[in-house]
Design a protein around this ligand. Structure first.
Ligand SMILES: *[C@@H]1O[C@H](CO)[C@@H](O)[C@H](O)[C@H]1NC(C)=O
Ligand SMILES: *[C@@H]1O[C@H](CO)[C@@H](O)[C@H](O)[C@H]1NC(C)=O
Length: 405
């Protein structure tokens, strides 16, 4: 048997992944938190959808097998049997003119299982030149519906990694509609193009299938393809609970850099002290929003304008308040306060009065933006903005928090 003869040192070579270790986020650094980058704590449901038609070639298939194994590496918890909830299940579908489910999402319970299963399934191509990605995507939909959506892992992000040597977009084989349905239901799609002589247009075809920024070329196998896929998986694993908005570089550009920070505009006016309490009750990593930078302030103002906040003037509480002689930012329960530094956004003439009696801050509209006004903690009811850590490899979120907070 071919698989049994594989030398184990091949396995250890294949397991050399790229790891970025991450320290706990330090709010005192006065930068917004970034997404976790710890592959050993990845928590996803992933299906590899691999073209095994003749165009792929046996050599190409063995590259694909080693690529899939290297992407995860020896520290990722493959399977779901660990007591730690941060595990990744990995399924395998191959396709040519038809699709085959080689491994459902519960089959591999360790990276070794995955190694033997994947090399076994991807040892030879099928003798056909027909290759219809649509059939592979349909099999992945079926597998996610049966084992991931509406399961106890419903709140885990779902990812499909497509390895293809050909793109057939004609008529009933057009994979775009099913890819769009998958993406609309929250599944991310990563594509890797194994361009063959005569299969020009593959990369372009697959880029219509992929989630933004997740379309890669298989020619890069010797370069950083593994790193590119790992980064796409880490980004897929970094998300916000339902109704929260992930803070990103630009409000108007959904593909701009995403921070490990989620924001929730609440249009249910409360006095500042009650708003602070309401945010902190949502989780022990939730607090009234910080505005360390102009960019964050602008993002939050955009969010407020898209959130049915009371207008004329827009007025909403943020986490700045005066405690023990200093302006500080609200933080999650039990964490040290962070002093106001560098950038500030006071309305002209503010802070006013005695900070002891007007000790909390609301953003109040002044022309085309909003400015910080210090007000009293218990008198003026206003909308407010909560902030929390994104769900990612450094921060597991349970189903209750993702769906219902
Ligand atoms: C592959 O199929 C073609 C016909 O479709 C046949 O001529 C050829 O011999 C087959 N090759 C192998 C290795 O079976
Ligand atoms: C915060 O909540 C998480 C998850 O519910 C828990 O694991 C952790 O111990 C809590 N931390 C504190 C300081 O209470």
């Amino acid at each position: 048997m071919k698989i049994a003869n594989m030398k184990l040192h091949t396995l250890s070579l294949a397991l050399i992944g790229v790891y970025a270790c991450s320290a706990d986020y330090d709010p005192a650094s006065y930068v917004d938190r970034s997404c976790g980058t710890d592959l050993s704590n990845l928590w996803l449901d992933v299906i590899a959808v691999v073209d095994n038609s003749r165009g792929m070639t046996n050599k190409g298939l063995s590259y694909v097998a080693s690529s899939i194994i290297s992407v995860f590496g020896k520290n990722t918890r493959i399977g779901s049997s660990s007591a730690e909830p941060r595990t990744t299940r990995l399924g395998l579908v191959t396709y040519n003119s038809v699709a085959t489910q080689n491994a459902d999402l519960n089959q591999y319970q360790s990276i070794e299982d995955a190694y033997y299963g994947i090399y076994g399934a991807l040892s030879t191509t099928v003798n056909t030149t027909e290759s219809y990605l649509t059939t592979g995507l349909n099999a992945a939909v079926e597998l996610f519906s049966r084992q991931s959506f509406r399961s106890n892992r419903q709140h885990y992000r779902k990812v499909i990694i497509v390895y293809a040597s050909e793109y057939n977009g004609r008529g009933e084989f057009d994979p775009v509609p099913i890819a769009n349905r998958l993406k609309a239901s929250g599944v991310n799609i990563i594509t890797i193009a194994y361009e063959q002589p005569g299969s020009a247009g593959l990369l372009q075809g697959l880029s219509q299938i992929a989630s933004p920024g997740f379309s890669f070329s298989g020619d890069n196998i010797a370069g950083n393809l593994v790193k590119e896929i790992q980064t796409a998986l880490l980004q897929s694993n970094c998300f916000c609970p339902n109704d929260w908005t992930q803070y990103r570089g630009s409000y108007s550009d959904p593909t701009s850099y995403r921070y490990g920070v989620c924001l929730l505009p609440v249009n249910l006016p409360k006095v500042w002290a009650s708003a602070k309490m309401a945010c902190s009750m949502k989780s022990n990593r939730t607090h009234l929003a910080t505005e360390f930078t102009q960019a964050k302030h602008d993002f939050i103002f955009n969010l407020a304008q898209h959130s049915n906040f009371k207008q004329n003037p827009y007025t909403y509480h943020i986490g700045l308040n005066f405690v023990n002689g200093a302006w500080i930012w609200d933080q999650p329960a039990g964490q040290s306060p962070v002093n106001l530094k560098s950038w500030s956004n006071w309305q002209t003439g503010f802070p006013i009065g005695s900070p002891a009696s007007q000790s909390v801050v609301s953003n109040i509209q002044n022309g085309v933006t909003t400015k910080w006004n210090n007000i009293a903690m218990y008198t003026a009811a206003a909308d407010y903005v909560c902030e929390t850590y994104s769900c990612d490899t450094d921060n597991y979120c349970d189903a209750d928090f993702v769906y219902d907070n």
